[in-house]
Design a protein around this ligand. Structure first.
Ligand code: HEM
Length: 537
């Protein structure tokens, strides 16, 4: 099935005109002039100075000098692979998205797995969240599912993302430490942000040190929207379930592997695919009808909450197979640009304030990372269907658009594109009713920060709980400021007394009776700071 899958992948076919094999060809310059000597620069005499005239030297060195682009501001370290996705049964009851309704379609995908905090050359085995980003090259355009291997996030509002990342990255004065979370600034921030408690439980669990990218779950995190052909909408959470199961390494193994093979996950993924041992995941969905929006004791728009699978089961609706390694790491894995805002008809957004902020951030960062407004023309980022619109010009424009006009409305003709009608399958934003006051404050429905943190801790087996205790001891043990350790212990009292006592013992501290001082950022002025009201209020 290897070659069959590979041959049928339209994206691989679409990439082929951009590929070039140089084996055995004459070396030449970028202007196509053959080079007879690539070993010596042009000099004035045997032992004389190099001449400015040497265009061959200048071109080679200039290109080399410009080889680096900025690494991603987060998720810099990653590995990618090509594959295909196929839906099992039509999901037309919920969505009109073609790749989820047409069971005969094999949709090409490109997937990039990553760590979040480390730089591009950092170790794969860091205790960290893993990115799980999937680009679907569908017949109706690109859909990106830009997820993580944990189902919740640290913060509820995107405006806190720069703070979170500044806290977790190496400290600004000395760029220490490379280890993601084991330092004062990270735990300072976390201990002041109770909304991060649920995510911190996941981060201190075995989920943060996967055995392999092939053995991780993936989650869209936010609640998204499905929209069907009758314009009915459903809330949806996306999941990836690895067919190899979920596996982790132990922390002491992770530390040894980091020393011996920092490419452990990258190598594992590469070798598995190279040997025909194709990793597979099933796409899962949890679907909530619009009418049930307020049925839960948490808010569907709050990215620090899961929908427990006991309440809404995960339906497995299709399969992702990774069956081909990239030909060129930089051209494909490094230049790929995922964006939560890349949606197709049948999929839409919700008002999750984390999701809404992400919609701005990705294009904005890619404009600088990939050097201007034409990065969607880079081969790995192009859709498999041709692009027709009135955009033009900008650095590095590749497409040679023909005709005289690039605006609309237009009476001169000359090959200008026309807009579609809803009936012709174009994207129409879901007509959600919004009638509200403009406010800058956190919804009360987001206040319960501890119930699901407890739920997660209690879901762990005894050895898994011990791993979490050990992780907290190790991480907080690296924190020099005692007040931060104590504040963090105060937060842990809201999760589990025994966990708090065990961590406190490991740190040589007294277990506190409760949180030092309840903090809840961005609450309405009249809210009771000490009490996080359950939802609905
Ligand atoms: C990458 C911003 C939350 C998953 C990135 C990048 C930025 C960013 C700027 C670099 C993109 C690039 O250079 O191409 C944000 C902001 C967030 C946020 C502002 C919250 C407000 C999340 C969440 C998830 C996530 C909740 C998971 C559900 C990812 C992944 C990547 C990424 C997987 C790497 C994509 C790749 O492999 O190229 N994010 N992010 N992010 N983000 Fe987020």
């Amino acid at each position: 099935t290897t070659s069959k899958l590979t041959e049928e992948n339209k994206k691989i076919a679409e990439l082929s005109p951009n590929k070039e094999d140089s084996n055995g060809e004459y070396i030449n310059t970028n202007t196509g002039v053959r080079i007879n000597d690539d070993h010596n620069s042009l000099k004035a005499g045997d032992r004389g100075p190099t001449l400015m005239e040497d265009f061959i030297f200048r071109e080679k060195m200039t290109h080399f000098d410009h080889e680096r682009i900025p690494e991603r501001v987060v998720h810099a370290r990653g590995s990618g692979a090509h594959g295909v996705f196929k839906v099992y049964e039509s999901m037309e009851k919920y969505t009109k998205a073609g790749f989820l309704t047409d069971t005969t379609r094999e949709t090409p995908v490109f997937v990039r797995f990553s760590t979040v905090a480390g730089s591009r050359g950092s170790t794969d085995l860091a205790r960290d969240v893993r990115g799980f980003a999937v680009k679907f090259y569908t017949e109706e355009g690109i859909f990106d599912l830009v997820g993580n291997n944990m189902p919740v996030f640290f913060i509820q509002d995107a405006v806190k993302f720069p703070d979170l990342v500044h806290a977790v990255k190496p400290e600004p004065h000395n760029e220490i430490p490379q280890a993601a979370s084991a330092h004062d600034t990270f735990w300072d921030f976390i201990s002041l942000m109770p909304e991060s408690t649920h995510m911190i439980m996941w981060l201190m669990s075995d989920r943060a040190i996967p055995r392999s990218y092939r053995m991780m779950e993936g989650f869209g995190v936010h609640t998204f929207r499905f929209v069907n052909a009758s314009n009915e909408s459903f809330f949806v959470k996306f999941h990836w379930k690895p067919l190899l199961g979920v596996h982790a390494v132990a922390w002491d193994e992770a530390q040894k592997i980091s020393g011996k093979d920092p490419d452990f996950h990258r190598r594992d993924l590469w070798e598995a695919i190279e040997s025909g041992n194709f990793p597979e995941w099933e796409l899962g969905v949890q679907i909530v009808p619009e009418a049930d929006e307020f049925k839960f004791d948490f808010d569907l728009l709050d990215s620090t909450k899961i929908i427990p699978e006991e309440l809404v089961p995960v339906q497995r609706i299709g399969k992702l197979t990774l069956n081909r390694n990239p030909d060129n790491f930089f051209a494909e894995t490094e230049q790929v640009a995922f964006h939560i805002g890349h949606v197709v008809p049948g999929i839409d957004f919700t008002n999750d304030p984390l999701l809404q902020g992400r919609l701005f951030s990705y294009t904005d960062t890619q404009l600088i990372r990939l050097g201007g407004p034409n990065f969607q023309e880079i081969p790995i980022n192009r859709p498999i269907i041709p692009v027709h619109n009135n955009q033009r010009d900008g650095y590095m424009r590749q497409t040679i658009n023909r005709g005289r006009t690039s605006y609309s409305p237009n009476s001169l003709g000359g090959g200008y594109p026309i807009q579609s009608k809803a009936a012709e399958g174009g994207f129409t934003s879901y007509t959600e009713k919004i009638d509200a006051k403009k406010v800058r404050e956190r919804s009360r429905s987001f206040f319960d920060h501890y119930t699901q943190a407890k739920l997660f801790f209690n879901s762990q087996s005894t050895p898994e709980k011990q791993h979490m205790i050990d992780a907290f001891r190790f991480e907080l043990g690296k924190v020099e400021t005692v007040a931060i350790r104590e504040r963090m212990l105060g937060i842990l009292t809201q999760v589990d007394r025994d966990l708090t006592a065990q961590v406190a013992y490991g740190l040589g501290l007294e277990a506190p009776a409760g949180p030092e001082q309840p903090v809840n950022h961005g609450v309405p002025a009249d809210a009771d700071q000490a009490h996080y009201e359950p939802f609905p209020p």
